[in-house]
Design a protein around this ligand. Sequence first.
Ligand code: FPP
Length: 250
Amino acid sequence: MAQTSSTAVPHHLAIVMDGNGRWANKRFLPRVAGHKQGVDSLSRCVQACITRGIAVLTVFAFSSENWNRPDEEVSGLMELLVLALSREVPRLKANGVRLYFVGDRARLSDKVQAGLERAELSTAENQRLVLNVCFNYGGRWDIAQAAQKLASSGQAVTEIALDRAMALAHVPDPDLVIRTGGEFRISNFLLWQAAYSELYFSDKLWPDFDEAALDEAIAVYSSRERRFGQTSAQLRDPSDGPQIKHVKVA
Ligand code: FPP
């Protein structure tokens, strides 16, 4: 669907990139071939977000639970990450993308950890789009690590303090969360941050999720009324109740 000037574009878009395995199975290819296509799809999606003026893109690339997959797939995803970094980082750099890797790095190999740090450092000056790649990430892990930070520094556990200790404290909460692949689950993604996100589910497998599919999701998002606990009447007449701050300022 074509974009119109009245379409509201999400400031922060988050995506569960599901369906790589089924994309590969349908073609009698190994699952890792699906993940390779997934990287290409992600690369196209980043460009599409830039041209549409989206400021933050957060993607779920490897969950805390993905370690339970067959060894071959886990090592394939690790190798793909290293390969994707060497192939994509120069392009991301040139396009003004700032990369963050979000998740528990302790279990990753030294080589992978060093690659993530290099990629973050080399894009640290960029300001056009923030790309958060959630890798060895889980929403429960994030809440637990934030609570642990507060406990070890003796801080009171408040919503604001927890929010500031979360792994995505550098960006506002997502406006729109898309899950591809036809499943209707959140799968431990952004459990804290998606409290008021609009959810959109697409039947398309991630490698097939193209610009037209993204525009369709944005058009649906744009047609939703975000009430943040208030009523429609209050939204029409802001003097009728407290002003709700929709996005936190990072
Ligand atoms: C879910 O599809 C996808 C993943 C677990 C990996 C997502 C990774 C990418 C899109 C590539 C980007 C990765 C890196 C390393 C930057 P699935 O395997 O669960 O598919 P299925 O539901 O069809 O089996």
